[in-house]
Every structure is written in structure tokens, then in C-alpha cells.
Design a protein around this ligand. Structure first.
Ligand code: ACO
Length: 323
């Protein structure tokens, strides 16, 4: 059985850091409120003239270096983003044009904060179907450009960044001792479209729009859906929560992460948390967290990782991976 094995991980955060104290100069908020309600201490903000594709390319280069590969080895580029450079062409095509081989396929996936899980699932299916031998999945976002900087209930929660993985097709036995992506599960429920959305778009207002969110409802749904997604992934692989070495969740909010871990009976020390450093970077947050724990040596080859996310739509899902 062919498996998609994660051979490279990389990330990039824009240079400019905006702390909670900096935010308190713009809106009526405080470091204390933001830390208590979200666990966020700072976020990175893309520079003027710096685009989502720039963040994506920087992260991709680091993932390629770890994998010992060149951009021209990549035969599939998938970029998960809700904040593309332009309406079209895709941000993935810009990445492919900058570092890839002419002719290699590229496209964007849009599932907001679940985008990286969706992108990983798509790439994994290409690899397992024999259509890709070396795929790149990138989550890249510049949410700072769709925030209402006058709305303290949303602007304090998000930031910019990118993360990437290189997947290579490798032969496995077909059981959970294999390295690579062991399962992916994707879900959506569009009835909740108006809980977290951007109030503009190509066919509606012909503007980009700004992010709007019913925070309490999102929180409530997130804890339930994420715990269900974890249980579903474990059941599909005949595993229990004790088999998981690391939960690498979408970094939305510290309280969502804590509540989900508590609901699952998971040791909080097994949850990779980076939301304090970069806030919610939507599709970029899982590979940013993954990269942090790989680079500092917490995540080791052979370990079982459970990746999960929920985002606007609603969309949600999981990926169970042996590193
Ligand atoms: N600074 C200070 N006060 C604030 C701020 C702020 N930035 N924002 C809101 N407040 C005030 C409110 O006005 C309210 O004041 P009031 O009591 O006088 O009316 C008070 O704080 C409490 O507001 P609530 O909205 O009840 O605060 P809550 O405890 O629900 O926390 C939060 C808000 C952090 C948004 C929470 O609902 C949440 O975490 N929701 C999940 C949202 C999320 O993470 N979304 C990410 C995208 S989806 C995903 O990735 C899973």
C-alpha cells in the first residue's frame, strides 16, 4: 500500500510582531483580557507588499530543505488559503511558478481554518492513487488584511503566517505500523455559514469584505466537532487516545484546545500549543505548530500525531499520521 510520508516540514512568520499591548493602542482591549480569553500573546503581521504567496514560498523552501528535495521534484502543489494574493489565478500557481517545475499541477483549497487538513487529504489521495510521488501542501494566510481593526471581538484573535509539508510516496504494509498519513476525515455543515464568514466577495459585493464571527457559537461547535473528529480518527485506526503521542490542533484559541483535550481525557502535555506566539493563522496554524514541535525535537520519527481543525463553513476534520 502506498503511503504519503511527511519528509519535510517548514514554516514562516512575517517579521513584524504585534503584541497585545500594541493592539490595546488601537482598540479597547487589554493584554489581560486577550490572554485570559484566548491564550494569545502576540501575532505576526505581513509587511506592506508582502503577499500570501511570499509567505507560502518561504515556508515551502524550508520544508524542501528538511526533505532534501528541490522545488522541481514536486509534482503537486496544494495551497490551503482563504486569503489568496488575487481572486485568480491560484496562490498555488504562483508558488509553483516560483519554485516548481513548469507543468507541475497546482491549485488552492479553501476550507478556512480546516484548509490544511483538507489540503493534506487531497494530496494524500493523489499520492495513494499513484498520481503524485512528491507533493507539497502549504497553509498560508494573511488574515490581517480581512480583519475589521475597529472590532475588538475579532481583530485580537488572528494573525499571518505559513507552514508547509513535503509528502513522498512510500510503500507501506497497509497497517498502522506504517509511516505516513494513516487516515483523513473531512466534514462540513453549511447551515452554519453565517457564524464565521467574510462580509464580501466576488459575486456578492465585488469587495474583499471583512471577517465576522459569532464567537460564542463558534466556540460551542468547535469543542463538540473537534472531539468528535478525534474519536472518529481513533476508531478508524483501532486506536485509543493513549496511542496518540501528540495532538497537533488548529491553533484557534487556548480555551478551545484545553476544553477539547479535557473532553477527550488527553494529557494536556501532549497538545502542541503555539497560539500564544502567532494567534489564529487559519490554514497555516497546523503546519506552524507541527514545525515548531518537529524543530524543537518534541515530535520524533515513528510517533503518532493527530491533526485536527475546525473553521468557517463550518468545516472540520482530522488526519492521523505516523511521523
Ligand atoms: N477586549 C476586551 N473586552 C472584550 C473584547 C476584547 N478584545 N472582546 C469582547 N470583549 C468584551 C465583550 O464586549 C463583553 O463585554 P460585556 O460583558 O460588557 O458585554 C465581554 O468582553 C465578554 O464577551 P464575550 O463575547 O461573552 O466573551 P467570550 O468569553 O465568549 O470570549 C471569544 C470571546 C474569545 C471570541 C470566545 O467566544 C471564543 O474564543 N470563541 C471562539 C472563536 C474562535 O476561536 N474563532 C476562531 C475561528 S474558528 C476556529 O478556528 C475554531
Amino acid at each position: 500500500m502506498i503511503r504519503s510520508v511527511i519528509r519535510g516540514v517548514g514554516a514562516y512568520l512575517p517579521q513584524k510582531i504585534m503584541t497585545n499591548a500594541d493592539l490595546a493602542k488601537i482598540v479597547d482591549t487589554s493584554d489581560e483580557w486577550i490572554v485570559e480569553r484566548s491564550g494569545i500573546r502576540q501575532r505576526h503581521i505581513a509587511a506592506e507588499g508582502e503577499y500570501t504567496s511570499d509567505l507560502a514560498i518561504a515556508a515551502a523552501k524550508k520544508a524542501l530543505a528538511m526533505a532534501g528535495r528541490e522545488g522541481t521534484d514536486i509534482d503537486l502543489f496544494v495551497v490551503a488559503t482563504s486569503t489568496p494574493d488575487d481572486t485568480f489565478p491560484s496562490t498555488a500557481s504562483k508558488v509553483q511558478g516560483a519554485i516548481g517545475k513548469p507543468g507541475a499541477p497546482s491549485f488552492d483549497v479553501q476550507a478556512v481554518c480546516s484548509g490544511f487538513i483538507y489540503g493534506l487529504a487531497v494530496a494524500d489521495n493523489f499520492v495513494r492513487a499513484g498520481q503524485s510521488k512528491c507533493a507539497m501542501v502549504i497553509g498560508a494566510e494573511i488574515f490581517s488584511r480581512i480583519l475589521d481593526w475597529k472590532d475588538r471581538t475579532t481583530c485580537v484573535l488572528f494573525g499571518d503566517g505559513a507552514g508547509a509539508v513535503v509528502l513522498t510516496a512510500e510503500e507501506g504494509k497497509g497497517d498502522t505500523s506504517d509511516r505516513g498519513i494513516l487516515s483523513t476525515h473531512l466534514h462540513s455543515d453549511g447551515r452554519h455559514h453565517d457564524m464565521l464568514y467574510v462580509d464580501g466577495g466576488v459575486s456578492t459585493t465585488q469587495t474583499t469584505g471583512l471577517l465576522r464571527m459569532k464567537g460564542k457559537e463558534v466556540f460551542r461547535h468547535a469543542v463538540v466537532n473537534l472531539a468528535d473528529a478525534v474519536r472518529e480518527a481513533l476508531a478508524a485506526n483501532n486506536m485509543t487516545i493513549d496511542d496518540v503521542d501528540w495532538l497537533v490542533p488548529h491553533q484557534a484559541n487556548r480555551r478551545i484546545l484545553d476544553s477539547t483535550a479535557h473532553k477527550l481525557g488527553l494529557d494536556p502535555a501532549k497538545v502542541v500549543i503555539t497560539v500564544d506566539q502567532h494567534a489564529n493563522t487559519s490554514a497555516a496554524s497546523i503546519p506552524l505548530a507541527l514545525n515548531a514541535a518537529v524543530q524543537d525535537g518534541r515530535i520524533k520519527p515513528g510517533q503518532i500525531l493527530l491533526l485536527e481543525a475546525m473553521g468557517g463553513g463550518f468545516t472540520w476534520g482530522s488526519a492521523l499520521v505516523r511521523m
